[in-house]
Design a protein around this ligand. Structure first.
Ligand code: UDP
Ligand code: MG
Length: 330
């Protein structure tokens, strides 16, 4: 293991050898676990040999209601090495919920949790770097891909377009970061206060704040098996990402209504001119005027209702209104 890691400084209040937990969501991963779990344990061994992680660091697998023998494999590996721990969800709830379940489980067991996919597309060297940064005092460390070489053309361009779209809607996001990240216990405690149902962790992270850093790495192809993200799962995640964080689409309706109302003046002038010039069929003028006027009125009304729905939307999420980073009270 890299000696440069060992010699890195340790911030006040941070342990020299924190207990690190890898949190691994697993959905139908029977083809990769036998390869990937030993690699994860190896990475923990490396960190503890370098003196940057405690020996009781562990791996927590979250079986997200797999339909294959994923759970059996995990259970067998747990019997062989108790550092492999696991929970199993009763039903397939999707990666976001599986991650949350895992993070809330390790919150009281570990000092820092690193979420990483079961297919080990993310880099274990980057994970060690994250732990070194944790010791230096950072609370959230984002893994960011240096390039998207390992993605298909479709995924690459759609992901780019999506990040761009999110930014336009006013969402704070980290480009090319997926779910590979380290969170300190303090960050996990704050995450626990976000009780929302439609979870989009990548959107919550910047909202948590605290000290954060970025580690760049090259993402490799899947170890084995194929992607567990169907097109529908990806689409539903994208819709959640936007609707859980932005009320702007509703505001847009209001705006379109207003623009149409202004356009109405032009339309009305044109209709009346045609009417008095005798160019209009009988009944056309009144129809045109009412269609345009009612159309804009309806959009404006929808927009107003949207504003109220937006308020309800923000209230029902019951997000914490603030989270305290440090305290100096005594
Ligand atoms: N996953 C999950 N539940 C799901 C879908 C995926 O827990 O419903 C897990 C999966 O086992 C993997 C991670 O989420 O560990 C990322 O999925 P995948 O690698 O298939 O996505 P991709 O890398 O292709 O985007
Ligand atoms: Mg993957």
């Amino acid at each position: 293991m890299d000696l440069n890691l060992t010699n890195r400084k340790v911030a006040d209040g941070r342990k020299e050898r924190p207990t690190v937990a890898f949190v691994v969501p697993c959905y139908n991963e029977n083809q990769v676990l036998r390869q990937s779990l030993p690699l994860l344990l190896g990475a923990l061994d490396g960190m503890s040999a370098a003196g940057i992680a405690s020996q009781d660091s562990f791996v927590l697998c979250v079986d997200d209601g797999s339909k294959d023998d994923t759970w059996k494999i995990i259970a067998a590996m747990h019997r062989a090495d108790k550092r492999i721990k696991a929970i199993r969800l009763s039903h397939n709830r999707g990666q976001q919920n599986a991650l949350l379940a895992g993070l809330m489980t390790v919150r009281t067991m570990a000092d820092a949790a690193i979420t990483i996919d079961a297919d080990l597309q993310d880099s274990l060297e980057a994970a060690a770097e994250m732990v070194a940064l944790y010791r230096e005092g950072f609370d959230i460390i984002y893994g960011v891909r240096a390039s998207r070489k390992s993605d298909s053309f479709f995924k690459r361009t759609s992901a780019r377009a999506f990040y761009e779209f999110q930014n336009r809607l006013g969402l704070e996001t980290i480009y090319d970061h997926s779910e590979f990240r380290l969170m300190s216990r303090r960050a996990l405690d704050i995450l626990a206060e976000y009780p929302e149902r439609n979870l989009y962790l990548r959107g919550i992270m910047p909202a948590i704040g605290l000290r954060h850093a970025i580690v760049t790495y090259d993402r490799s192809p899947r170890l084995a098996g194929e992607t567990k993200y169907s097109f529908m799962k990806l689409l539903s995640l994208s819709i959640d990402a936007i609707t859980s964080f932005s009320a702007r689409p509703m505001r847009l309706i209001f705006l379109i209504g207003l623009i149409l109302l202004v356009a109405d003046i032009g339309v009305a002038a044109w209709v009346l001119m045609s009417h008095f010039a005798g160019k209009a069929m009988s009944g056309w003028s009144s129809l045109m005027l009412s269609v345009w006027f009612l159309g804009s009125l309806m959009l404006i009304s929808l927009g107003i209702i949207g504003e109220y729905v937006g308020k309800i939307f923000n209230e029902v999420k019951r997000r914490p209104r603030y989270s305290i980073q440090d305290e100096l009270l005594n």
